[in-house]
Design a protein around this ligand. Structure first.
Ligand code: HEC
Length: 127
């Protein structure tokens, strides 16, 4: 009898622990460059992103339908105006092919200024 119960118990214990091992690695304590909470550029873009439909397809660190914003920021780096303008018009016109075959919906109702403000927020997420 004991021979059966022991393995069963082991299985129960092991499966009970599954999936809890991952802890976010974002615990670094860098002040100035990392803390955007007082940065008006960041705040404005964040507000616009939250107000529009962006977050249905994008998260900061997780891939949804679209690429994580942090990866977009890492790809494009600091924000030369040409990049900001390019990404802003992509948000307005939609498109695909850079991150995969999935299409980003066009956003014809968003102004160029707002789109650029959102891009500046996204690019500030660069690590
Ligand atoms: C329907 C889903 C969807 C929505 C809604 C959406 N996106 Fe995207 N987004 C995508 C996909 C898919 C891509 C990748 C396109 C590609 O591979 O070229 C993308 C790419 C991007 C990129 C990178 C573009 C490039 O060329 O590298 C930016 C910046 C971006 N989105 C910002 C936004 C913003 C800001 C909003 C809100 C106004 C938004 N997205 C809403 C799906 C979406």
């Amino acid at each position: 009898m004991k021979k059966i119960i022991l393995p069963l118990l082991l299985v129960a214990v092991l499966s009970g622990c599954g999936g809890s091992g991952k802890k976010s690695a974002g615990d670094k304590k860098e002040t100035a460059t990392d803390d955007n909470s007082e940065n008006p550029v960041y705040q404005k873009g964040l507000g616009l992103v939250a107000k529009n439909d962006c977050l249905t397809c994008h998260k900061v660190d997780e891939k949804l339908t679209g690429p994580p914003y942090r990866e977009v920021a890492d790809k494009y780096g600091n924000m030369p105006d040409t990049i900001v303008a390019h990404l802003a018009s992509k948000i307005i016109q939609g498109g695909n092919g850079v991150w995969g075959d999935v299409f980003m919906l066009p956003h014809p109702g968003i102004s160029k200024e707002d789109a650029e403000a959102m891009v500046r927020y996204i690019l500030l997420l660069k690590k």
